[in-house]
Ligand binder design. Structure first.
Ligand SMILES: Nc1nc2c(ncn2[C@@H]2O[C@H](COP(=O)(O)OP(=O)(O)OP(=O)(O)O)[C@@H](O)[C@H]2O)c(=O)[nH]1
Ligand SMILES: [Mg+2]
Length: 364
């Protein structure tokens, strides 16, 4: 099972890499000129989860490792990218393989930071990117339709069905304002071009307000996202990136001095997790308590594979205690005594919050 990832997209100089650094603490290059990022930056962000700390405390684990989300920060996209403008096709090929999209929109003035489309105008920028993603999808669909038409001439039933499926997808990408995903039936997904479609990926918008937030610019955008049911989070990417470089205690101090409350980064990470359809299970081993992400619906053996491929290959059984039972009992042993520990086979469907101990036989 490959690791799911979120692609960070937006215009050049929107603050994509700044946000990426805040999320992943990766220290990637940030600069006030467009196209600073050429090769994608890949990094992971820890997903804050109170439950991990409770489980670790009860299990007496010193070491705690939260589950992670993988982010990929790509080159800025500009008008005409679908036709090769800017780093057009390169950008689009990097982002096509992601599983969800985090769209960064600039709402800060930033006089020393050029804006490729003119002044600060979040709604215009969002629409510009939205159009490019659609055009790029339509181009892929068109190519696929032409190819299928040629084959469908031979009269094969499956090819005709495929052609109809592709044409329906084309209609959806062209006309639907809501995230196209909502209107794409399961059956249609069978006809998705191999390259994938950007507009049907789950998306969230991050409005980078900065210190020089241009008041009022977000109102039209709020209406736009509401109409489409797209989540919107406001963040000051620059401050968050600076905070990410501090030690946790220092960061807390700074936050209370600055009056920074609700952590936008946490909201972004949680929303990203949701967009990817991930759930968390916990493991306790040799004084280490870890959170692991796995796609919703994963079986026990697939979840075991998230820890180590040997666990999946040599899977024997999973001892499972749900988080609520674990915290009420305080340990695996007590949960076992109370009959709250379940022994599950490889096809057991893992629940969010399961504390799992895998038994496996070594494979050679
Ligand atoms: N004032 C202000 N400047 C910001 C903020 N976020 C980012 N910047 C600055 O904007 C410039 C561009 O930021 P990047 O993170 O490199 O932008 P990017 O979207 O990755 O740009 P490309 O890689 O060129 O597409 C840098 O000089 C940042 O310091 C912010 O919230 N406020
Ligand atoms: Mg960048």
């Amino acid at each position: 099972m490959s690791t799911l990832k979120v692609g960070i997209v937006g215009l050049p100089n929107a603050g994509k890499t700044t946000l990426f650094n805040a999320l992943s603490r990766a220290g990637a290059q940030v600069a006030p000129y467009p196209f600073t990022t050429v090769e994608p930056n890949v990094g992971v962000a820890f997903v804050p989860d109170e439950r991990l700390y409770k489980v670790a405390d009860l299990a007496g684990c010193e070491k705690r490792v939260p589950a992670t989300v993988r982010f990929i920060d790509v080159a800025g996209l500009v008008e005409g990218a679908s036709k090769g403008e800017g780093l057009g096709n390169l950008f689009l090929s990097h982002v096509r393989g992601v599983d969800a999209i985090l769209h960064v929109v600039r709402a800060f003035e930033g006089l020393g930071v050029s804006h490729v489309a003119g002044g600060t105008n979040p709604l215009r920028d969002v629409e510009l990117i939205d159009t490019e993603l659609r055009l790029s999808d339509l181009e892929i669909l068109e190519r696929e339709i032409e190819k299928t038409k040629r084959v469908a001439k031979s009269g094969k039933k499956e090819e005709k069905a495929k052609l109809e499926g592709l044409m329906e997808l084309e209609r959806i990408v062209e006309n639907e304002t809501a995230p196209a995903k909502e209107v794409v039936s399961r059956k249609l997904l069978d006809y998705l071009p191999e390259a994938g479609l950007l507009t049907i990926k789950p998306m969230m918008i991050v409005l980078n307000v900065g210190d020089e937030f241009v008041e009022g610019t977000e109102e039209e955008l709020s209406v736009w996202v509401e109409e489409r049911g797209i989540p919107l989070v406001k963040v000051n990417a620059e401050v968050e990136a600076e905070l990410a470089e501090l030690e946790p205690e220092e960061a807390e101090e700074f936050k209370s001095e600055m009056g920074i409350g609700e952590a936008s980064l946490e909201t972004i990470m949680r929303s990203s997790y949701q967009m990817l359809g991930l759930i968390t299970f916990f493991s306790i081993d040799s004084g280490e308590c870890k959170g692991w992400s796995t796609p919703e619906g994963s079986t026990a053996s697939q979840a075991a594979g998230r820890i180590h491929s040997d666990f999946e290959k040599g899977f024997v059984k999973a001892e499972v205690v749900h988080y609520h039972d674990f915290t009420s009992c305080g340990s695996f042993a007590l949960a076992r005594e109370k009959g709250l520990l379940k022994v599950e086979g490889r096809d057991y469907v893992v629940c969010d919050g399961d504390v799992i101990h895998f038994k496996f036989a070594p494979t050679s």
